[in-house]
Ligand binder design. Structure first.
Ligand code: SF4
Length: 292
């Protein structure tokens, strides 16, 4: 029997991979827009339980190439425990090529370059990281528990350690009031780090989070409509000047208009596609067909 606890989330790109849950919930669990783990009390699973799960999953997926460590920020687990888990995984799955996990800004702050390098060498190859916004004003409002400089430092430390980074940005997270600030500071963060994958999704809020989210926007919060979301997307793409190759996607279930390309090579083509969609709203996926 596998010790999974629901709800269990994983990035879309991990849909076909083995999931080993090494924690329950998120060690931070305070972002005002996030309802993923609101029903879960954070807890680290015992090594015995994790090892038991690895052995059970190995019976069914012994040829697995990729494994995702859940839940919300598996990198919160202390480095020596993570190393024992990685060692067990690579010993159990002979074809394993990469292990991945979500990582929060706080996780990257707390781990030293040396620890991150050791984890990378042990086989943790890619982290999924929610930037959400690069704006300090908005980071405070959405209670992300970090700042522009701390994220920049953490992301650059992770890259230096060897990690590939897949990051997400939330369109519309500052409403109409902070759209310009959100675009400028988020693009600046992307330009000053070396992300490998970047995706944008549209803000969506579960009813249970609305009061907490709006409370910090003392002057009010005006939602962007789909056209305004696309305009924000457009300005964001225009402001990006990455120094490395980034695989860009905007194809989350929440997105009104899907985009895919490589930055900076396809930046102009992506910009043209967004401009086209802004002019012709019939190209947008109707909201009732979307989720978040
Ligand atoms: S760190 Fe991630 S999982 Fe945890 S509350 Fe924030 S957005 Fe949600």
């Amino acid at each position: 029997m596998i010790h999974y606890s629901e709800p269990l989330f994983r990035p879309p790109s991990e849909a076909n991979n083995v999931i080993i849950q090494i924690t329950h919930g998120c060690s931070y669990n305070a972002c005002s827009f996030c309802s993923m783990y609101e029903t879960k009390q954070y807890k680290q699973k015992s090594l015995d339980e994790v090892f038991e799960d690895i052995e059970t999953l190995n019976k069914y997926y012994s040829q697995a190439h990729k494994i995702f460590l859940a839940d919300g920020d598996a990198l919160a687990v202390d480095t020596s425990t993570l190393l024992q888990i990685l060692k067990k995984l690579y010993a159990s799955f002979p074809n394993l090529r990469r292990v991945t996990s979500y990582a929060s800004p706080i996780n990257l702050e707390q781990k030293s370059l040396e620890e991150l390098s050791t984890l990378y060498e042990a086989g943790l190859k890619l982290i999924y990281f929610g930037i959400e916004t690069g704006s300090d004003v908005l980071l405070k409002k959405i209670q992300k528990g970090t700042t522009f400089s701390k994220m920049k430092e953490g992301l650059n430390k992770a890259s230096q350690a060897g990690f590939k980074i897949s990051a997400t940005v939330i369109l519309g997270v500052g409403g109409r009031e902070y759209s310009k600030e959100h675009v400028a500071q988020t693009a600046r963060l992307v330009n000053e780090t070396t992300l490998n994958y970047l995706s944008t999704l549209q803000l969506g809020l579960q009813q249970t989070k609305e009061a907490q989210f709006y409370k910090k926007f003392e002057q009010g919060f005006t939602w962007l409509d789909d056209k305004e979301m696309l305009e924000e997307q457009l300005h964001f793409l225009e402001a990006l000047q990455p120094t490395n190759k980034i695989i860009f996607r905007s194809n989350h279930a929440s997105n009104a208009f899907a985009l895919a390309g490589t930055l900076p090579k396809n930046t102009n083509r992506l910009i043209d596609e967004v401009k086209y969609a802004i002019k012709d709203e019939s190209l947008l996926t109707p909201s009732w067909l979307r989720g978040f």
